[in-house]
Design a protein around this ligand. Structure first.
Ligand code: GLN
Length: 476
């Protein structure tokens, strides 16, 4: 039984049915993992075997456990795991061991899921290629000369390499969805506030959200149910909500889908072709399709860059050689300690963000011309979405304007994605086709605020009628 060919829910069911034990699953995982993807920074073998024995005992005692009991999970390395290294793929935190668990991870652990490793990423989640990691870039099995996308690069690449079952990433400006599209996996950025950010090492807290990256939308929906909900440690989580994302009786018939025509026109020809084919599939399933222009493309990247960089600087200020992480040697004074630790231990991309963020907030004049304009642009973007959702149940667009790009390509491939972070609304990327060169194409479904269930159920139904998400790359 090759567990890497199964979804999380399938493995969970087999464990429940006693067709396989938790220890056998974990054994299989560690006997077969080679980290070809470079998707992992840390493996948690000892922890995983201890947990497997503990969970199996509970199962044997007929304790009521979730469907994830015994399922191996791999978590992006900016999500804190108590007693287990959490590096943010940075030299700054390469030896950092948190003293507490992120809420999302704690909920998975309580549900019986078993952590098998911490996942590689762009340093501090800043980047879109997976190459800014201190631990080296991840590989894209569809074409090793192309990027995996980022910043949740290792989640996408380990899934695509068949080296993970269920992963969790974070998305501040597309970091779950863009690598999902580049590597042909399913990933959702939930509505802001559905998942606790407690223990997620902050990049831009107004936009950061944890979300699952998986083999299919059903795994996404089920695991999101487990990690979502109010958390007293994060007062931006939504109160009194018992989130349910799966509706067995959901029918696409009559669903009004607004297709973002200008997003499609902005994309490469081969992306256009695959997206149009998927729209036809949805039409045949009974969706009502209407095209419109969502006027956000021009504004969303600069707005995101200004607001996220401005927020990032206070989060990065804590890394000063005193409180956390890397400490240089032979230091004479406090200032030298601070300067040298940051100079030595941050990569180029992180330094760029810190410089840009500080520039934005440098003085009132600069702040007025950049930050205030960005806030106005954000409000304009919100208005565009409010208008769109007055007409449509969900919106549809390509996830990215290009398939996985080469490493020297500077296209902003998250240009269609940051607006969901700026507005707090949910967005999922699902596989929807392949180019002539066998490169995956992703389709983005965007929901209104708290309508995560609508995009998830649409994705689940779409995947019942298609097999794009089942196709795997040829790995030598
Ligand atoms: N690529 C974007 C950036 O570098 C998004 C990052 C993210 O979502 N964490 O800022």
């Amino acid at each position: 039984m090759n567990i890497f060919n199964m979804t999380a829910l399938q493995i969970g069911q087999k464990i429940k049915n006693k067709e396989i034990s938790c220890v056998e699953v974990i054994n299989y995982f560690f006997n077969n993992i080679t980290n070809k993807s470079n998707g992992y920074i840390t493996f948690t073998k000892e922890y995983a075997f201890n947990k497997a024995k503990e969970i199996q005992k509970k199962i044997d005692n007929k304790e009521n456990l979730s469907i994830l009991a015994g399922v191996p999970i791999s978590i992006k390395d900016n999500i804190c795991t108590k007693g287990i290294k959490t590096t943010c793929a940075s030299k700054m935190l390469k030896d950092y061991i948190p003293s507490y668990n992120a809420t999302a991870f704690k909920r998975l652990e309580d549900a019986g899921a078993i952590l098998v490793g911490k996942i590689n990423m762009d340093e501090f989640a800043m980047g879109d290629t997976g190459t800014t990691s201190f631990f080296g870039g991840c590989k894209n099995p569809w074409d090793s000369t192309k990027s995996t996308g980022g910043s949740s690069s290792g989640c996408a690449s380990s899934l695509a390499y068949n080296e993970a079952i269920l992963t969790f990433g974070s998305d501040t400006g597309g970091s779950i969805r863009q690598p999902s599209a580049f590597c042909s996996v399913t990933g959702i950025k939930p509505t802001y506030g559905i998942v606790s950010r407690y223990g997620l090492i902050a990049f831009a807290p107004e936009f950061d959200q944890i979300g699952p990256m998986t083999k299919d939308a059903l795994d996404c929906a089920k695991t999101l149910e487990i990690i979502s909900g109010y958390d007293e440690n994060d007062n931006t989580t939504i109160k009194n909500k018992n989130f349910k994302f799966i509706d067995e009786n959901f029918n696409i018939k009559g669903l009004k889908i607004g297709v973002c025509k200008n997003f499609i026109e902005y994309s490469d020809k081969e992306i256009q072709i695959e997206i149009l084919k998927s729209i036809d599939i949805l039409k045949n399933m009974g969706a009502i399709i209407e095209e419109f222009n969502l006027d956000v493309i021009e504004y969303s990247m600069p707005t995101y860059q200004i607001l996220s960089s401005a927020q990032s600087i206070s989060n990065m200020a804590r890394y000063d050689g005193i409180k956390y992480g890397y400490k240089p040697e032979n230091i004479d004074c406090l200032e030298e300690l601070c300067v040298k630790s940051r100079t030595d231990a941050f990569g180029v991309e992180v330094k760029k963000r810190i410089m840009f963020g500080n520039f934005i907030l440098k003085n009132k004049d600069v702040e007025n011309s950049y930050y205030k304009n960005a806030i106005n642009a954000k409000n304009y973007i919100i208005k565009q979405f409010i208008d769109a959702f007055n007409k449509y149940d969900i919106l549809l667009a390509p996830t990215t304007p290009k398939t996985a790009t080469s490493f020297d390509d500077t296209t902003e491939t998250d240009i269609f994605l940051t607006s969901a972070n700026l507005t707090g609304i949910p967005s999922i990327s699902i596989p929807c086709g392949f180019t002539k060169n066998n490169m995956p194409v992703g389709m983005q479904l965007i929901g209104n605020y708290l309508k995560d269930d609508l995009i998830l159920n649409t994705a689940i139904q779409f995947q019942k009628s298609t097999d794009f998400h089942l196709k795997r790359p040829n790995i030598m």
